[in-house]
Design a protein around this ligand. Structure first.
Ligand SMILES: [Zn+2]
Length: 320
């Protein structure tokens, strides 16, 4: 717990240093760097240009240390980024509560129309969304709820050429797991940040840095991708092409297996394990089998009922 408090204090320290250097506080734990920059005509609908966010899920804490270090680089003038940029920690109450979320999964609230103002998460999501509406590019830093057999990181990406090219620009060796986007009909029920951006014809990127917790590798990788993301934003703003030939792996759309109570996944399953139609995925408590309905990839090796709050959520989405 002390570690967590000091992490937030370090974040605050860099946050305040940047405020003294002319950055603007938009909301608690939401900073706008270079607030006086006037974007060119093509970008007037996205005057804040870009956002990097952490703590969308309160127990995925690596975003705090990554963003603290990023702000330190700005404050020390080691990294010079002169375009508007939002840096945000999203769900502080869930962080204090050591949980993914309290009442609502923050990453399923964007666009949702029935958000009550009486709840911290819903009102906070309205505030964050109002800032996101002013950016063209968003990077959301996550960790997985469960240990990965695959030693992360990986990138769950909507099936959008622009998003996938952006990820490959950031990390040419990225492991990309493609997921189908929800449609604009789903927007009113709430979607994730990257899906919200997608439905607004913008670039939203989710990075899974690894299993949750403080971790020095994840911190350095996280910082690296933030800097590459900023390079991407600069390139896009200055109309440079990012198309290139890339290496790395792409895993195609995975089947969204529903997590149902009493299901035990097959112990030989590994993250990104390729399943063929008919393969046994797991076994229910009553002995019946769950089999793959189509060729797909398994995303996680096991289920931990403690982290499951919404049993209707697809396995692959839920754990990240
Ligand atoms: Zn997450």
């Amino acid at each position: 717990m002390e570690n967590k408090i000091s992490a937030l204090e370090q974040f605050d320290k860099q946050f305040n240093r940047l405020l003294q250097q002319g950055a603007k506080k938009l909301d608690p734990f939401v900073l706008l760097l270079n607030p006086n920059f006037k974007v060119k005509d093509d970008f007037v609908k996205t005057p804040y240009l870009a956002a990097i966010m952490g703590l969308t899920h309160g127990n995925e804490i690596i975003g705090i240390t990554v963003l603290t270090e990023l702000m330190n680089l700005f404050a020390e003038k080691i990294v010079c980024f002169d375009l508007p940029l939002i840096i945000s920690l999203n769900n502080l109450e869930a962080y204090a509560n050591n949980s993914r979320f309290i009442s609502f999964d923050f990453n399923r609230l964007y666009g949702r129309i029935d958000r009550s103002l009486s709840n911290y998460e819903t009102s906070r999501s309205i505030a964050i969304q109002s800032h996101l509406e002013k950016v063209g590019f968003a990077l959301d830093l996550h960790q997985t709820q469960l240990p990965l057999m695959h030693k992360g990181p990986f990138w769950p990406a909507l099936e959008s050429k622009e998003v996938i090219n952006a990820i490959k620009f950031i990390d040419p060796y990225a492991t990309i797991v493609k997921t189908p986007p929800k449609s604009s009909n789903d927007l009113k029920n709430g979607v994730s940040c990257d899906n919200f951006m997608f439905l607004n014809q913008k670039i939203g990127i989710t990075a899974e840095l690894g299993t949750r917790g403080f971790d020095s590798y994840q911190k350095s990788y996280g910082l690296e991708i933030c800097l590459r993301f900023l390079s991407l934003v600069q390139a896009k703003y200055h109309e440079k092409t990012i198309e290139n030939s890339f290496q790395g792996q792409e895993y195609h759309t995975f089947k969204t297996l529903l997590n149902e109570n009493g299901l035990v996944l097959d112990s030989k399953l590994r993250t990104f394990f390729h399943l063929k139609k008919g393969d046994i995925v797991g076994r229910y408590q009553d002995g019946s089998l769950l089999t793959a309905e189509q060729d797909c990839y398994a995303l996680f090796p096991k289920i931990d009922s403690q982290v499951q709050k919404d049993s209707k959520d697809p396995l692959g989405y839920l754990m990240a």
